[in-house]
Structure formats: C-alpha cells, structure tokens
Design a protein around this ligand. Structure first.
Ligand code: COA
Length: 159
C-alpha cells in the first residue's frame, strides 16, 4: 500500500493544486492532502476553512482525504505511515526552495521519498496569492478555482 502526503497551505486550494493531487491519486493507493496551519504566512482563510474547501474540492476522488496539521510535515507523514511526499513543481523559481525543503525533510526522515509532479503549462503561473489578489479587486477567479472556492473568495472580499 503506497500512501502519499501532498502538503501545502491551500489558501485557498486552486486548480493547480488539484491537478497535482489528481495525478498523485492515479500513482498512489492513498493520498492525504495535508493542510498546514502555516501561521507565519497569515492565511486569509482559517485552517478549518481551508480544510473544508480542500475537502469539497477532492470529494470526487475516492482515494484522497484531507487533514489539517500543525508542526513538522515529516512528523505528520510518519504519524500517518506515509512513504511518499508529493509536491508540485511549477517553474524553475520553485526549484531552489523545493530542493531545500526536500533535502531538509530527507535529513529529518530519510525513509520518506519526495516526488515532484510538474504542473502543466496552464497552471505554471498560478498561485494562491495571485488568486487572492484578483479576488480582492473583485476580479472573477472561476478559471483558477472550483466554484465553491470562488464563492468563498467573494464572501471574503465583498464589494
Ligand atoms: N499549483 C498552483 N499553485 C501552487 C502549486 C501548484 N502545483 N504548488 C505550489 N503552489 C503555490 C501555493 O499556492 C503557494 O502560493 P502562495 O505562496 O502564493 O500562497 C505557493 O505556491 C507555495 O506553495 P508550497 O510550496 O506548497 O508552500 P506552502 O507554503 O503552501 O506549504 C508546506 C509549504 C506546508 C509544505 C511547508 O511549509 C511545510 O512543510 N510546513 C510544515 C512545517 C515544516 O515541516 N517545516 C519544515 C519543512 S522543511
């Protein structure tokens, strides 16, 4: 049984994240989407809101579940007996940061393998902060996020 964790802040979850999660779900037996507290990033959605939005976004994927977590990612992955960390790679700019994280996680838990899934071109430039910024100016975000996330953003940034 291959169990993977796909971590992130998911503030909020986007089609870019969903692409990575969907492809991970095709490669692995089970995928746990781990929603990090990431208090240092001062997310606009609470941990509970981000978890609920992610849960609704993956409900059509039977081997995927969503869990919030605080603390170290490797501790969470170990507690769930996962063998693999799956991360999305968008542009070359992601590489240095992801390389550092993968190396650090390897030092902390070398039984955990980090696997990168490349984002397709249409999501290479997408990020949660771009989506938040567009929504804050009242711009439609329906091409970047599922409908329930677009609604949550409209509620967060009323005109
Ligand atoms: N498609 C679209 N957007 C993507 C993406 C993809 N495939 N992959 C990443 N992104 C975006 C995210 O939306 C996020 O956007 P934003 O910064 O504009 O909001 C940005 O890229 C960074 O994403 P990510 O690399 O996943 O970072 P994160 O901050 O969302 O999550 C954790 C990083 C949670 C995995 C990491 O901080 C962590 O492991 N925390 C736990 C504590 C810990 O273990 N620390 C030591 C780690 S070595």
């Amino acid at each position: 049984m291959k169990r993977a964790v796909t971590p992130g802040t998911f503030d909020p979850i986007t089609f870019g994240h969903l692409d990575v999660i969907t492809r991970a779900a095709q490669l692995m037996d089970e995928v746990i989407v781990a929603v990090a507290a990431s208090a240092g990033k001062k997310p606009i959605f609470t941990l509970e809101e981000r978890t609920v939005l992610a849960r609704q976004a993956v409900e059509h994927l039977p081997n995927v579940r969503v869990e919030p977590f605080e603390g170290l990612l490797v501790d969470f992955a170990r507690s769930r007996e996962a063998q693999v960390l799956v991360k999305g790679l968008r542009a070359i700019t992601d590489f240095e940061y992801e390389f550092q994280m993968a190396a650090l996680n390897y030092q902390l838990a070398n039984e955990l393998e980090t696997v990168f899934i490349m984002s397709p071109p249409q999501y290479m430039y997408l990020s949660s902060s771009i989506v938040r910024e567009l929504a804050s100016f009242g711009s439609p975000v329906d091409m970047f996020v599922p409908p329930h996330v677009a609604k949550a953003l409209r509620d967060k940034f009323p005109d």
